[in-house]
Write a protein that binds this ligand. Structure first.
Ligand code: KIV
Length: 271
C-alpha cells in the first residue's frame, strides 16, 4: 500500500515532534517530477531541492552557478510530485548573502512561484539578518552549517570541517543562534560525529546530518549519490544503495543493440 494514503502531509511541526519522540528523520534530494514521485512514495520525510542540482543536473563543478530561476524550475517540478513529504528548497548562491531584503524576495519567489514549503540557507551568524527577515514573512527556514558548499572558494577543499576547537565553537554558537532566530532545523554537513552529537543534544530543533555521524536527528543524501548514478563519487560517509549507473547503462546498451539489429520493435510492439 502506498505511504501517501496512510499518512498526512509532513510539516515543520511533524519534524519537530519526531525529534521529541526520538524518531529519525529521512531526507533526500530530488530535482524533477519523476524522481520526486519515487522519493515521496517511498516514504521520505523531507525532499530537499538542493543547489546540488548545479552539480548533478547541470554538470557544474560547484553549486555556485545555479540561478534562482533554475532553482524555482526544479522546485516547482518536485512540488507537483510530493504528496506527503515536506519540500525544502535551497536559496542559491547570490540570492541572499549580504542583503536581507534580497534574501526575503528570493525566499518569497521560491514559496510563491514553486509552491515550496520551506527554504534552506547556508551560514551562521553572518546571515542572521536575512534569516530573521525571511522568518518574519512566515517562511520556515532550515539552516546549514559545517561544510557549506557555496563557500568552497573560501574553504579551498571539501574536507571535514570544524575539526579544530575555534571552528567547532563557532559552529556551536551558530547552531544556537539559528535556533534562537527560529529555524526549524539545521543541516550539519561533514563535521566530526562527536561534535554533531553534542550540537544535536544541545538543540531543541532537529539536526539533519550528511557526513556528520549517527547521532544527528536525521540524515540526508544526494539522490544521485545514494542510487549510484554518480559513478565516481564515493566519500566515506556515502552508503550506495544501488548501482543505477550500470543498470541504466546496460538497459540503454540493450536498446541500442535491439534498434540496430531490427529486433525492436517486434510485431507485438507495432500498430
Ligand atoms: O544541495 C544539497 O544537496 C545539500 C545537501 C548536501 C544537504 O545542501
Amino acid at each position: 500500500m502506498s505511504v501517501n494514503k496512510e499518512i498526512k502531509r509532513i510539516t515543520t511541526n511533524t519534524i519537530q515532534e519526531m525529534k521529541v519522540r526520538g524518531e529519525k528523520i529521512s531526507m533526500l534530494t530530488a530535482y524533477d517530477y519523476s524522481m520526486a514521485t519515487i522519493v515521496d512514495e517511498a516514504g521520505t520525510d523531507i525532499i530537499l531541492v538542493g543547489d546540488s542540482a548545479s552539480n548533478v543536473m547541470a554538470g557544474h563543478e560547484t553549486t555556485l552557478p545555479i540561478t534562482l530561476d533554475q532553482m524555482i524550475y526544479h522546485a516547482s517540478s518536485v512540488v507537483r510530485a510530493a504528496k506527503r513529504a515536506l519540500v525544502v528548497v535551497d536559496l542559491p548562491f547570490g540570492s541572499y548573502q549580504g542583503n536581507s531584503k534580497e534574501a526575503l524576495n528570493s525566499a518569497i519567489r521560491i514559496m510563491k512561484e514553486a509552491g515550496a514549503h520551506a527554504v534552506k540557507i547556508e551560514g551562521g551568524v553572518e546571515i542572521a539578518e536575512s534569516v530573521s527577515r525571511i522568518l518574519t514573512a512566515g517562511i520556515p527556514v532550515m539552516g546549514h552549517l559545517g561544510l557549506t558548499p557555496q563557500s568552497i572558494y573560501k574553504f579551498g577543499t571539501y574536507t571535514v570541517r570544524a575539526k579544530h576547537e575555534a571552528e567547532a565553537q563557532k559552529l556551536r554558537d551558530d547552531a544556537l543562534k539559528l535556533q534562537e532566530l527560529g529555524c526549524f532545523g539545521i543541516v550539519l554537513e561533514k563535521i566530526p560525529a562527536k561534535l554533531a552529537q553534542e550540537v544535536s543534544d544541545s538543540l531543541q530543533i532537529p539536526t539533519i546530518g550528511i557526513g556528520a555521524g549517527q547521532h544527528c536527528d536525521g540524515q540526508v543524501l544526494v539522490i544521485h549519490d545514494m542510487l549510484g548514478i554518480n559513478k565516481g563519487f564515493k566519500p566515506r560517509f556515502l552508503r550506495q544503495y544501488s548501482n543505477m549507473y550500470d543498470i541504466m547503462h546496460d538497459a540503454i546498451k540493450n536498446y541500442n543493440s535491439d534498434v540496430k539489429s531490427n529486433s525492436f520493435p517486434n510485431e507485438k510492439e507495432q500498430y
